[in-house]
Ligand binder design. Structure first.
Ligand SMILES: Cc1cc2nc3c(=O)[nH]c(=O)nc-3n(C[C@H](O)[C@H](O)[C@H](O)COP(=O)(O)OP(=O)(O)OC[C@H]3O[C@@H](n4cnc5c(N)ncnc54)[C@H](O)[C@@H]3O)c2cc1C
Length: 434
């Protein structure tokens, strides 16, 4: 069979590997100039390696990607280490990444610390996560961990990440975040973009064909096969896998809607909502944090970003000319008046707005600033409200021979490289069984 894959993020790469290994002819079309999708990187001239455009790490629990890398013989450069996660609250930065640090966490009352610990333990050992999506996380946290814990710890994080949707996010998503988290975080030395390139190079030796800078413009269906239309012309395939978010799948499939099942697929997928991300990246000639913090959650109200991530605490500084790389993270809506105003902002705009806040964390950071960039991701985080399980789309679509694998089918787990690999491999199995 000849199979066309649209998208060379980790889902598309994983599917390509399995489909090729099963003896199919596989062609991957990628709109960008490089493989890796949202985990792709960039590189300043003085660096010897790339770093991701958006902060990335994996957990020790990310077994799908770890197993796949081991199978590919690419696991040696995946390194795990313990890093410091802290919280800015009431003007102070305090560790909040272990039972001991929670018990010492002064902004919470003693009762609050115990209730938060017990609530987290309850979630950690709860086996049936999907069923929890009947409740919103807020509606569960408030009575179980207490109003104080919601107000001081979780509400600022939910508002920082989900904005006006904070109170609507379901408990299954929160459960998955707690269950998947590990104390040690993993990074692929050289970057996840480099990892994607190494994987693609392996797949090329196995016979997979890649077309970069080749967005699929449209699909045509002629009863027996699909035709993919790109700048290179038209190419026929027996099966198609769309390995990108719902906007891409909708754009390609909407013109082919004929049956009522296809109409209802389109209507259902339009209900899937998400947020974009806008990440400011700073290069400094010395560490941003004085206390080796990797990840700082901002639990103060009114701050314009939700976290500051000193990525070189995880990656080391050696490959980046000895410099420090810091991400300043923010999610938000990308459409509507509110969204357009925010999403259109430049690195200079963001730096101007963020500087007074960043100075509260590192007063002289500006004198050590070498470079800054801003990177956008239009679809970065699915929004999952109560009963979201009823909306999760199938991998098989109502178009015969067309399949779809994206972060919107990863549920209740939060999107990530690991689950992109898992959904890509699941999609490949579904295609092979057809
Ligand atoms: C701010 C941020 C932080 C993150 N942090 C982490 C983290 O710490 N750990 C973690 O594991 N994950 C993290 N993620 C998530 C992770 O990057 C994604 O879940 C994962 O990379 C998704 O892979 P994918 O293959 O499903 O989709 P994508 O990476 O979105 O890949 C889809 C690909 O399809 C291509 N494409 C789109 N349209 C077309 C077309 N018409 N024709 C051809 N190609 C097309 C795109 O260019 C893209 O390369 C983060 C994401 C963001 C935005």
């Amino acid at each position: 069979m000849k199979i066309g894959i649209i998208g060379a993020g980790f889902a598309g790469l994983a599917a390509a590997d399995d489909l090729r290994q099963a003896g199919n002819e596989v062609v991957v079309f990628e709109a960008a100039a490089a493989v890796g999708g949202l985990a792709a990187g960039f590189r300043a001239q003085s660096w010897s390696a790339e770093i991701e455009k958006h902060y990335h790490h994996i957990f020790t629990t990310d077994t799908a990607v770890r197993k796949w890398l081991a199978d590919l013989g690419l696991h040696q450069a995946l390194e795990f280490r313990r890093v410091r996660t802290a919280t800015l609250q009431e003007g102070g930065i305090r560790s909040l990444d272990s039972v001991m640090s929670l018990l010492r966490y002064q902004p919470l009352s003693w009762l609050g610390r115990w209730r938060m610990g017990l609530g987290l333990a309850l979630l950690k050992f709860w086996p049936w996560g999907v069923q929890l999506d009947r409740f919103s996380a807020a509606a569960w946290i408030k009575p179980v961990m207490g109003a104080e814990v919601w107000q001081k710890i979780w509400r600022p994080l939910f508002v920082g990440k989900f904005g006006r949707f904070a109170e609507k996010i379901n408990l299954a998503w929160f459960w998955a975040r707690i269950v998947a988290r590990s104390a040690e975080l993993g990074y692929y030395q050289g970057g996840f973009g480099e990892l994607a390139r190494l994987i693609a190079a392996k797949l090329v030796t196995r016979g997979v064909k890649f077309h970069l800078k080749t967005p699929v413009e449209s699909l045509n269906f002629d009863q027996t096969s699909f035709e993919v239309v790109t700048r290179l012309g038209r190419e026929k395939f027996d099966q198609i896998l769309v390995a990108a978010e719902s906007g891409v799948a909708q754009k390609l499939l909407a013109p082919l809607v004929k049956t009522s099942a296809q109409k209802s697929w389109l209507a259902q997928t339009k209900k899937l909502q998400g947020l974009g991300a806008k990440t400011l990246v700073l290069e400094l000639d010395r560490p941003f944090f004085r206390d080796a913090t990797y990840w700082l959650n901002i639990n103060e109200s009114g701050w314009p970003f939700l976290a500051v991530v000193e990525q070189t605490q995880l990656t080391g500084r050696q490959k980046y000319a000895g410099h420090t790389i810091v991400y300043v993270a923010k999610y938000g809506e990308t459409s509507g008046v509110r969204g357009q105003a925010w999403f259109g902002r430049t690195a200079t705009d963001l730096l101007t707005e963020y500087t007074p806040y960043l100075k509260q964390l590192a007063p002289d950071f500006e004198t050590h600033l070498i470079n800054s960039w801003v990177f956008d991701a239009k679809f970065a985080q699915p929004l999952v409200f109560t009963n979201h399980r009823l909306l999760v789309p199938q991998i098989a679509t109502p178009w015969p021979k067309v399949f779809w694998a994206s972060m919107q089918q990863v549920y209740p787990w939060d999107r990530g490289i690991n689950f992109a690999v898992a959904i890509g491999r699941t999609a490949a199995q579904a295609m092979l069984q057809e």
